[in-house]
Each structure stands twice: as C-alpha cells, then as structure tokens.
Design a protein around this ligand. Structure first.
Ligand code: KMH
Ligand code: ZN
Length: 271
C-alpha cells in the first residue's frame, strides 16, 4: 500500500466556537492549528476562511492572509482551497480563491441537500470551476456526497473537462447526502476509475469508523473540525491535531506509514 495521506479540515464553514471553543477562526489561530496537525501527520490542509466576526468568507484577500501565515509556519504542506464555501454563496463568491492559483482545490460534482439547506452545484457551475482548474493546472479533489456524482464525474472526464488520474473524496454522513454506512463506502470505491486515488471524510460519528476502514483498504483520510469536533463520544477535541494523531496512531499500528507533503504530491500527481 502507498503511504497514508492525512488531510486536516480545521475550520469549515459551519462549525462555531460555541460548539467547540477550540475551532480556529483568525489567520493566526488557523495557521497554529495547521502546524500542530502537520506535526501530528497531516500533509494536506482543506482550507476555508472566516472573516473577523467568524462568518465564512471566500474573499481572496482573506485566503491570502491565511495562506501566508500557514506558509510561514509550514512551508511545504499542501494547501487545498475550498470552492464549496458556505450554503447560499454565489458562483462568483465561491470561485474567488481560485484566482490565487492554489495547487489543489475542492470540486463538488452535484447538488445535494445539506442539513436544512441546499449545497447548490448545477452543471454549468461545475463545468466552469473544472475548466478554470484545468486551465490553471489546479488539481481538483472531486467531492462525492451522493453516488450519482460519480456518474457526473465520468461524464466530464469523457468531455475532456476533467483529466485522469482523478482524486476522489467520499464525504459521507452529511444530513441530506449519503450516510456513513460502510456499505456505501465500498460501493463508491468500486464505482470509480481504477487508476484513481481516493479518501474518505466521515462526518460526525462516522469520522473514525470510516477513517479506519479507509486506512485498512488503502484509501486516505480527512479529519478535522469541519467534519467532527469530538475526539470520542462526549469528549470535545482540544485541537485538530488530536484528531490527526488518532488516525496516525491507528495507521502506524496497522503497519501503514504516513506520507509527507512531498510524498503526497507524488501519490496525488500534483505537479
Ligand atoms: N461547506 C459546505 C457547504 C467544499 O469545501 O468544497 C461545502 C464544503 C465543500 O465544505
Ligand atoms: Zn469544505
């Protein structure tokens, strides 16, 4: 098996300090969490930004500030910006951070209910995001919340808008999307092109059960406050790094080493 790539998603767009006071909000707090997570084994950070008041923002100036702070502390970590942003944002808002030419960005392949809201991803938005990424050589991470999103991916692959090898993230357990039942994960793994890389982001209680299955099956794992704020039932995590550490420990115990950012770039075919 390849070494394990651990992605940390330290902020997200939804979670608040009321839910877990350790959620990082400012560029300084986010960069410190990224450093701690890197030291615990993370080689990729899935990044969202928040404004001064803690509200999600896709303003490129804000991303720039956070990225600068991260790079001061962890120059080599792979930074993946979010094009998902938050529910209700326009296409123009969501695409702003792509103008910073990141090496990696998320790309959701369809619309899905998301709690009480709708995570809106109509075909023309997906095509515009994907074409922009292709032009700028930004590696897309294909976010799959529902099985049909894989069919949408294959269609764009045939149209030449996406290129192989693809990298998939199965985001399972969002209320409104596919649940974290391990049977779903197995079905999704069996539905993607064979030369793809893949990972799982289990939401809430699914983070560790799915993460551990992924380690044993040769996939990769995302953890972090965007997806889950608990270290274990009823125990809030003190830091994103605690979540990363839990996966690292399991993987090493299982006999699978952890990838550095440089190794992760090779595995993910990030140029
Ligand atoms: N915040 C969610 C509505 C992504 O980053 O690409 C969307 C999301 C996906 O987090
Ligand atoms: Zn996200």
């Amino acid at each position: 098996m390849e070494k394990l790539i651990i992605t940390v998603a330290p902020v997200g767009a939804e979670v608040t300090k009321n839910e877990n006071p350790n959620v990082p909000i400012t560029p300084e707090e986010i960069s410190e969490e990224v450093l701690r997570s890197y030291n615990a084994g993370a080689s990729v950070v899935h990044l969202h930004a928040r404004d001064e008041s803690g509200k999600p923002t896709q303003k490129k100036e804000r991303y720039k500030k956070i990225i600068e702070k991260i790079k001061e502390k962890v120059p080599d970590i792979i930074i993946q910006i979010s094009t998902g942003g938050a529910i209700g944002m326009t296409f123009e808002e969501r695409s702003e951070p792509l103008e910073l030419n990141p090496e990696f960005a998320s790309l959701t392949l369809g619309t899905v209910n998301f709690g009480d809201g709708v995570f809106y991803n109509p075909p023309d938005w997906i095509k515009k995001f994907a074409s922009f990424m292709k032009e700028r050589k930004i590696k897309p991470e294909i976010e799959i919340f529902e099985a049909g999103m894989i069919d949408n991916t294959i269609r764009l692959l045939k149209d030449g808008i996406l290129e192989e090898p693809l990298h998939f993230d199965f985001v399972l357990g969002v209320p409104g999307g596919m649940s974290g039942d391990p049977k779903n994960l197995i079905f999704l793994i069996n539905s993607i092109p064979k030369n793809s890389t893949w990972m799982v982001a289990g939401i809430g209680k699914w983070e560790f059960p799915l993460g551990i299955i992924s380690v044993t099956l040769g996939g990769n794992v995302r953890v972090g406050f965007e997806d889950n704020i608990y270290l274990k039932k009823g125990v809030l995590a003190k830091s994103n790094a605690e979540l990363v550490e839990r996966i690292t420990k399991f993987s090493l115990e299982f006999g699978r080493e952890i990838a550095t950012p440089e190794e992760a770039r090779k595995i993910l075919n990030i140029k």
